[in-house]
Design a protein around this ligand. Structure first.
Ligand SMILES: Nc1ncnc2c1ncn2[C@@H]1O[C@H](COP(=O)(O)OP(=O)(O)OP(=O)(O)O)[C@@H](O)[C@H]1O
Ligand SMILES: [Mg+2]
Length: 351
C-alpha cells in the first residue's frame, strides 16, 4: 500500500502490509509432489492390474493350447480341462468347454478304433499262422506226387506239378511276410539277437536261388569283399528274409539272359549288402514310395504278389539300426542295398 497514512497525534506515516511467500511455495511444492506421487501410484496400480489380468488370461489360454497339442498328438491321452480354469462366461471358458466336448468324443472314437484294430490284427495273425500248416502239407504232397508221376513215366504232368509247386512256394512266402510284418509291428524290439555273419547269409541265399535262376535262364553272381566284413548284431532269419525278398524281386524283374548280383562290402563301421539286376530298374518318381506297404509300381503287377516284400525289408533293416535304399545298377537295372552297423565288440568287463 502506498501514500501517507494519518497516525493521529503521531502524525503521518507509511503502512506496509506483507507476508512471507517462502512457506507458501514450500507448501505448493509439497502439494505438487503429492499429486505426482498419487498419479504415479494410480498409473502403477492400473498397469499392475492390466498385467495381472493379462497374465491370468494368457495362462488360461496357454493351458488350453497345451491340452490341444496333447490331443492332436494322441487323442487317447485326452484329459478334460477342470473347472478351475474358470469355465462359464468368457471367451476362454467357452473355448475350454468346446475343447472338452471335442476331446471326449475323439478319445472315445480313438479307443473304439484301437480295440477294433487290435482284434483285427489278432484275427489276421491267427489266420495267417494257421495257413502255414496246410500249406506245408500241400507243398510236400505236390513234391511227392511229382516224384511218383516221374517214376511212373507220366512226364506230361511235370509242368502242372511245377506250376503247383511254384504257386504254393509263393503263397508260403506271402504268408511268411505277412506274419513277420505283423510280428514286427506288434513289438518294439527284436528278439533272437545274435552275431550274424552277413557273408554266409549271402552265400546261402545265392545257393538257394541257383535252381530258380537257372530255370529262368538268368545268371546269379556273388561279389564278395577281400576283407571279411564285421559281424552284425541281428536276427539272422529276418536278415535272410530281406535278402530273399530283394533277390526274389530281382529275379522277377530280370528278363531271361539277364544277370543278378549279390554284393557284400565292408562299409566304414558296418556292412553294405546290395542286390543288382539287369531289369528295367525303378523310376526315380517311384523310389520314395516303393518301401510302403502294398505299393506296386507296375500297373501290370505280377500275379500273386501283394506288395509287402519291400515294406518288410525296410522294417527289418530299420529295426537293426540300418538303412535301406535304391539306386541304378550299371549298365542298367535296379540296385537295392542295405547297410547294417557292425556288432559292438563286448568290452573286457562284459566277457
Ligand atoms: N528289382 C526290381 N526292379 C524293378 N521294380 C521292382 C524291383 N523290385 C521291386 N520293384 C517294384 O516294387 C514293387 C514293390 O515290391 P515288393 O517286393 O514290395 O512287392 P511285390 O514284389 O509286388 O509283392 P511281394 O513281394 O509282397 O510278393 C513291385 O511291385 C515292383 O513294381
Ligand atoms: Mg517282392
Amino acid at each position: 500500500m502506498e501514500g501517507p497514512v494519518d497516525l493521529g497525534a503521531r502524525g503521518k506515516g507509511t503502512l506496509q502490509v506483507g507476508f512471507r511467500t517462502a512457506r507458501l511455495e514450500d507448501r505448493l511444492r509439497e502439494i505438487a509432489a503429492e499429486g505426482v506421487q498419487a498419479g504415479v501410484t494410480a498409473f502403477l496400480a492400473l498397469a499392475m492390474g492390466a498385467w495381472i489380468i493379462g497374465m491370468f488370461a494368457g495362462e488360461r489360454i496357454g493351458r488350453v493350447v497345451s491340452r490341444i497339442e496333447i490331443l492332436a498328438a494322441d487323442p487317447g491321452r485326452f484329459r478334460p480341462l477342470r473347472a478351475g480354469l474358470g469355465l462359464g462366461g468368457d471367451e476362454v471358458s467357452r473355448l475350454a468347454e468346446a475343447f472338452n466336448r471335442m476331446g471326449a468324443s475323439l478319445k472315445a472314437e480313438t479307443s473304439r478304433r484301437r480295440e477294433l484294430e487290435a482284434e483285427k490284427q489278432e484275427l489276421s495273425a491267427m489266420l495267417v499262422h494257421d495257413l502255414k500248416t496246410p500249406l506245408t502239407v500241400i507243398r510236400s504232397g505236390i513234391t511227392l506226387l511229382a516224384d511218383l508221376a516221374d517214376e511212373g513215366g507220366q512226364r506230361r504232368h511235370a509242368r502242372t506239378f511245377e506250376l503247383l509247386e511254384m504257386s504254393t512256394a509263393r503263397l508260403q512266402r506271402m504268408v511268411e511276410d505277412v506274419l513277420q510284418l505283423a510280428k514286427l509291428e506288434e513289438t518294439s524290439s527284436l528278439q533272437n539277437l545274435h552275431r550274424v555273419d552277413v557273408l554266409s547269409l549271402a552265400k546261402d541265399c545265392s545257393t538257394d536261388f541257383e535252381l530258380v535262376v537257372a530255370d529262368r535262364k538268368q545268371k546269379l553272381e556273388l561279389r564278395l569283399p577281400d576283407e571279411a566284413p564285421p559281424p552284425v548284431l541281428g536276427d539272422s532269419a529276418l536278415l535272410r528274409r530281406v535278402l530273399d525278398n530283394l533277390v526274389h524281386n530281382a529275379v522277377e524283374h530280370t528278363p531271361a539272359g539277364g544277370v543278378i548280383s549279390i554284393g557284400v562290402l565292408r562299409d566304414g563301421e558296418g556292412v553294405t549288402v546290395s542286390v543288382c539286376d539287369s531289369g528295367p530298374g525303378v523310376p526315380v518318381s517311384a523310389r520314395a514310395d516303393i518301401f510302403r506297404k502294398f505299393f506296386q509300381k507296375d500297373v501290370k503287377r505280377h500275379v500273386g504278389n501283394v506288395g509287402l516284400g519291400l515294406a518288410l525289408c525296410a522294417k527289418v533293416v530299420a529295426r537293426h539300426g540300418g538303412k535301406i535304399g535304391i539306386g541304378d545298377a550299371k549298365p542298367k537295372g535296379a540296385r537295392f542295398y542295405f547297410t547294417l552297423p557292425a556288432a559292438i565288440e563286448p568290452s573286457p568287463a562284459d566277457v
